[in-house]
Design a protein around this ligand. Structure first.
Ligand code: FES
Length: 141
């Protein structure tokens, strides 16, 4: 149920936690301990588009930190931050299981492999008001 709320709102609102507690007859403190344990769940609002930048070993060696700096320059956000317009959130994550495509960035579940600083602005900009027409990962590596 918390995952459903996370998917719908990109975070779990306090009202949702309270309703869930009442519905399940489960103490709010138990739900909070679960929600704060899993990184996939958030109690603070996130951006409309979630950027996951891998910093596992393979991606780190192939320049993921340069990409992190590029995202900071392009969007003005670092790990765990959200743009003031609420459009993007950045999450630095460990291995995404696609090391052969390192460095890897995932936006809203779409994988962009063999990422470069040159590809970064076009991919990010494609999510601005693009709806479902974001950059094609096949064209971008
Ligand atoms: S280290 Fe990045 S996908 Fe495995």
């Amino acid at each position: 149920m918390m995952q459903d709320m996370q998917r719908k709102y990109n975070y779990i609102p306090r009202e949702g936690m309270e309703a869930l507690s009442e519905y399940l007859g489960c103490p709010l403190s138990s739900l909070y301990s679960m929600a704060t344990f899993y990184k996939a769940l958030s109690l603070t609002p996130k951006g409309e588009h979630i950027i996951k930048l891998c910093d596992g070993t393979a991606c780190h060696i192939r320049g993921s930190m340069n990409l992190r700096d590029g995202i900071r320059r392009h969007l003005g956000i670092g790990d765990g931050e959200t743009t003031p317009d609420g459009l993007f959130s950045l999450e630095q994550v460990n291995c995404l299981g696609s090391c052969a495509m390192a460095p890897v960035m995932v936006v809203d579940g779409t994988y962009y492999g063999k990422m470069t600083m040159e590809k970064l602005p076009q991919i990010l900009d494609s999510y601005r008001g693009a709806g479902d027409t974001a950059a094609d990962p096949e064209e971008n590596g």
